[in-house]
Design a protein around this ligand. Structure first.
Ligand code: UD1
Length: 419
C-alpha cells in the first residue's frame, strides 16, 4: 500500500502540464464496444481506472494495446462476446456501468455485477435503467446483478429526473444504433459528454446537442472505428489552481481549457485568487489576501462536486467563515474529519460544511477516504506546518497521473513511500 508524505510550507513555482480527462476517456473506451473496427485513443492518462476499464473490456474479449511511451491505446473490439465481465473488476469502479449502454446496443443484452466506486454515497443506477427501459429493454435486478435484454432498441423521448452524467452517457451509447430518434431532456451538460458525442459522431453516429441539456440521437445502422484525442482534465487543473491558492504561490498551468473551468475560476477569483489566462495556459497567483466564500456544488455548468474537497481544504486556511454545500452526493464530507486532524475547524451540518479558517494547518497522519478527498489532503499537507502522511493513496492514483512528481517539479517536498 502506498502512502504520500508531504512536508508543508514550500512555495510552489514553475509550470505543470494537465493530462487528458479520465472522465472523458472512460466512457470513450466503453464506446469502443460499439464497433468491431479498431479505435485509437491518443494521449490517454495512464491511471488505475483506465487499466480497470481496459481489463473489463479484455474480460469480454477485446484486444487492447496500451503503449506506455506514447500514451496511445488501441482497442480492437472485433472479438467481444456477449458475456459477463469479470465481477471483481466491475465492483472496483463505478464507471464500469458505462459498458451497459454499448453492450445493449451491440448485443441486445448485458449482465453484470452491480458496480462499486468511491464511498461518497449510495450512487444508484436507476436513471440508466429507466433510460434503457424507455428504449424497450427489459431489466432485471437481483442477487447483486443487473441484466437487460431486448430484441431491438427503439428510440424514445427520455426526460431524466436528474442530469446524471453516467446515465446521459449510457443512454446516448444505447441509442446510437436504436431504430428511429431518441431525445434526452434534462441531460447532463458536462464537457466530457460533448467529447463522447464527438467520438461517437466520428464513429458514424448522428448526435446533436451533446454537452447541452437536450440531446437528439438519430439511430444509424453501424459504427466504424476512429481515432480520438480526449479533452484535458478540468478537475486536475482545478486541483492545481487550488494548490497555488492554498500554498499562497504563483505558477503556470499548461494545457487548459478556460471554458470548462469557468465555475472553478469564478469561485477562486471571488476568494481573491488572481487568475490570468495565457493562450492554452493560465497563471494562478494565490499569494494574496484571500477571503472566505460560500460554495454550492451543482451539475455543470455549476461548481463541480469533484472540486468540493479541494476547495474545502483551501477555505480551511482562509480567515473568516465559509460555507460549502454539497448537493450532488450525500456522503461527500468524509475528508472533513481528516482535515480536522490537521487542525481545520469544520462543522458538518447536513449537506453543508461550516468552515472557520485557521491561520495554519498542522501535519498529521490522515487517510484518503476517496479520490478527490485524497487530493485535497495532499493540498492541505502542502500548506501545513510539518509532516503529513496520507495513506490509502490508491484512491488518488485512480484519478491523478503521478501527482507527487507533478508537485515535486513545482518545488513541493513530497514523496511516495511503498510498503
Ligand atoms: C460522474 C463522474 C464523477 C462525478 C459525477 C458528478 C465519471 C466517470 N464520473 O459520476 O467523477 O463526481 O459524475 O459530476 O464521469 N444518480 C441517481 N440515479 C442514477 C444515477 C445517478 O440517483 O441512476 C445520482 C447519484 O447518486 C448522484 C447524482 O445522481 O447523487 C450524480 O451522479 P452522476 O451524475 O450519475 O455521477 P456519475 O456518472 O456516477
Amino acid at each position: 500500500m502506498s502512502k504520500i508524505i508531504v512536508r508543508g510550507g514550500n512555495k510552489l513555482h514553475g509550470e505543470v502540464k494537465i493530462s487528458s480527462a479520465k472522465n472523458a476517456v472512460l466512457p470513450i473506451m466503453a464506446a469502443c464496444i460499439l464497433s468491431s473496427d479498431k479505435c485509437i485513443i491518443d494521449d490517454v492518462p495512464l491511471l488505475e481506472d483506465v487499466f480497470v476499464i481496459s481489463n473489463i473490456l479484455k474480460s469480454i474479449g477485446a484486444e487492447i494495446n496500451i503503449d506506455k511511451n506514447s500514451n496511445k491505446i488501441v482497442i480492437d473490439s472485433s472479438n467481444i462476446r456477449d458475456s459477463m465481465p469479470d465481477s471483481e473488476l466491475v465492483k472496483k469502479m463505478r464507471a464500469s456501468f458505462l459498458i451497459m449502454g454499448p453492450m445493449i446496443s451491440r448485443f441486445g443484452h448485458f449482465k453484470l455485477s452491480l458496480p462499486g466506486g468511491c464511498n461518497i454515497g449510495t450512487r444508484p443506477i436507476d436513471l440508466h435503467l429507466k433510460g434503457f427501459n424507455a428504449l424497450r429493454a427489459n431489466i432485471d435486478v437481483g442477487h447483486g446483478y443487473v441484466e437487460a435484454s431486448v430484441d431491438k432498441l427503439i428510440g424514445n423521448n427520455i426526460y431524466l429526473d436528474f442530469p446524471s452524467v453516467g446515465a446521459t452517457e449510457n443512454i446516448m451509447m444505447a441509442a446510437v444504433m436504436a431504430e428511429g430518434e431518441t431525445i434526452i431532456e434534462n441531460a447532463a451538460e458536462e464537457p466530457e459528454i460533448a467529447d463522447l458525442g464527438k467520438f461517437l459522431n466520428n464513429m458514424g453516429a448522428s448526435i446533436i446537442g451533446a454537452g447541452s441539456d437536450t440531446i437528439r440521437i438519430i439511430g444509424v445502422k453501424e459504427l466504424k472505428g476512429t481515432t480520438h484525442n480526449p479533452i484535458n482534465d478540468r478537475i486536475e487543473c482545478g486541483t492545481f489552481m487550488v494548490a497555488a491558492a492554498i500554498t499562497r504561490s504563483k505558477f503556470k498551468i499548461n494545457r487548459v481549457n478556460l471554458e470548462y473551468l469557468k465555475p472553478i475560476i469564478a469561485k477562486l477569483t471571488e476568494a481573491g485568487v488572481y487568475i490570468k489566462p495565457h493562450g492554452n495556459s493560465v497563471i494562478v497567483d494565490g499569494n494574496r489576501d484571500l477571503k472566505p466564500i460560500d460554495v454550492k456544488t451543482m451539475p455543470y455548468p455549476g461548481f463541480p462536486t469533484d472540486m468540493q474537497s479541494q476547495i474545502t481544504g483551501l477555505l480551511a486556511t482562509v480567515t473568516g467563515t465559509s460555507i460549502v454545500t454539497e448537493t450532488i452526493f450525500e456522503n461527500r464530507f468524509m475528508h472533513a474529519a481528516e482535515m480536522k486532524r490537521m487542525g481545520a475547524n469544520i462543522k458538518i451540518d447536513g449537506r453543508s460544511a461550516v468552515i472557520e479558517g485557521v491561520p495554519r494547518l498542522t501535519g498529521a497522519e490522515v487517510r484518503a477516504t476517496d479520490l478527490r478527498a485524497g487530493a485535497a489532503l495532499i493540498l492541505c499537507g502542502l500548506a501545513a506546518e510539518g509532516e503529513t502522511e496520507i495513506s490509502d493513496i490508491y484512491h488518488v492514483d485512480r484519478g491523478y497521473v503521478s501527482i507527487e512528481n507533478k508537485f515535486k517539479a513545482l518545488g513541493a517536498d513530497i514523496a511516495r513511500v511503498v510498503n
